[in-house]
Ligand binder design. Structure first.
Ligand code: SF4
Length: 429
């Protein structure tokens, strides 16, 4: 594949600096560190105790993008972890076996606390059991009830708030030696809401034709600050302000989505994508789309660290603990299948997409369970064709470029054919 130089925008440069500063903070030895997961992360609450937020999934992704995750997974499998285990877990466990080195080249410190917001994926719990065995540090779990009926109840919210008051906050006070100040939390949540407004504005710009952004491959960069260690900070506000300005400029110029090789010359296909991306061949995967003129206008993955557009959630400084509870209840992995179907079908209609592409991840049960049923249902609801491809998160053994490309090409042909004939839906792959 021919490849040109990566073109970086100001917001991308800013984000890179933010991430690298955060790794320096985590590895610098001057602050307490919590390990916690992206979905349901309580970043604003951790900030109230000056605790840095280290996210094992993000470390696995960073290693995959640097082509290091294959060796780490092999290390974990040698230690007895099965081939079927989520590869984020194995990349993390394997990293411990190889010195636990952060992307800045310095060793990660042992966490001072493991904070698990349990939001729908059982693997989170098993993963932290392994970390607890290894680190023997205080562990606190916020149990978030699964929204099985599609609508979280008042009882569920109260139950989470009670745990925050009685378990989580006292544990964080004890580890940090800092007394909880609810006004400090309110201030962080106020900042979160400002960045979240810009984030939702950004997500909605792909309703335009052409879409000025890609909401899957590009989207993972755009979501980075709000899904990780920066929600509630001035830096996140500044990042989204910069991003908004860049997108406004793109709209004014009528540009198609930005890719690593510059602007897409033409937008031929508009897709909604369900499932996480493959990280070991991220750029090759993306290239298969932009070379075909395909842009992703909405994706479920850009909702994995918080759903802001579907039911208009924002963190609320006037109801700080309740708002943290609502955030946890609403993350994508905690939503039932009918809600996910409704969300994706609505995206297809509102973003005027040509169809739904599912990237089914071999080792992620939380996303993959029920995806074929979801696809059939969404095809029925929208009359648009679906397609199914299979890859993995960070295990390079499960990305077959030729297979993925073939399936994508047949899907694009099917969309062409459907446009010409207005015929019935069918499934590629
Ligand atoms: S949601 Fe998927 S990728 Fe994330 S921890 Fe669970 S199984 Fe792994």
């Amino acid at each position: 594949m021919s490849r040109q130089e990566v073109v970086k925008s100001l917001s991308q440069i800013k984000q890179k600096e933010m991430i690298s500063r955060n790794y320096d903070k985590i590895t610098g030895g001057r602050v307490k560190v919590s390990s916690t997961f992206v979905p349901g992360n309580l970043n604003e609450l951790l900030m109230c105790f000056d605790i840095a937020n280290n996210l094992p999934e993000i470390n696995a992704i960073q290693n995959a993008l640097r082509k290091k995750s294959g060796d780490l997974i092999a290390e974990a499998e040698r230690a007895g972890h099965s081939e079927d285990v989520c590869t984020y877990v194995k990349a993390d466990i394997g990293m411990m076996g190889k010195g636990n080195i952060a992307p800045n080249g310095k060793p990660f410190p042992d966490p001072d606390i493991l904070l698990l917001s349990y939001t729908g994926c059982f693997t989170f719990m098993k993963w932290f059991e392994l970390l607890r065995e290894q680190y023997k540090c205080p562990t606190v779990m916020l149990h978030v009830p699964y929204a099985a009926d599609g609508k979280p109840t008042r009882n569920m919210r109260d139950y989470i708030v009670k745990q925050l008051r009685e378990d989580v906050i006292p544990a964080l006070e004890s580890v940090s030696g800092i007394t909880f100040d609810i006004d400090r939390l309110r201030e962080y949540l106020r900042k979160s809401a400002i960045a979240e407004d810009d984030l939702v504005w950004m997500l909605e710009q792909s309703k335009r034709r052409p879409s000025p952004i890609d909401c899957y491959f590009g989207g993972v960069y755009y979501m980075g600050p709000i899904f990780t260690a920066f929600r509630g900070t001035d830096e996140a506000i500044e990042y989204y302000r910069l991003l908004r300005e860049e997108i406004e400029e793109r709209i004014a110029k009528g540009l198609c989505a930005q890719t690593p090789e510059g602007d897409m010359p033409e937008e031929k296909y508009r897709l909604v994508v369900e499932g996480p991306p493959n990280w070991t061949s991220f750029r090759d995967f993306w290239q298969m789309f932009y070379e075909a003129g395909a842009v992703v206008v909405a994706s479920s993955y850009t909702k994995v660290g918080g759903v802001y557009d579907y039911d208009n959630f924002r963190h609320d400084p006037d109801h700080p603990l309740e708002s943290l509870a609502d955030y946890c209840l609403g993350v994508y992995t905690n939503r039932n299948l009918p809600t996910r179907v409704d969300m994706l079908a609505r995206n297809i209609r509102e973003y005027d997409a040509d169809g739904l592409l599912i990237n089914s991840i071999k080792s992620c049960n939380s996303f993959s369970a029920g995806q074929l049923v979801m696809m059939r249902e969404i095809e029925k609801l929208t009359g648009k064709p679906g397609a199914f491809i299979e890859t993995d998160l960070v295990d390079p053994r499960y990305f077959s470029a030729a297979n993925v490309k073939n399936r994508l090409e047949s899907y694009f042909q099917m969309i062409d054919q459907k446009r010409r004939s207005g015929g019935s839906t069918a499934v590629a792959g």
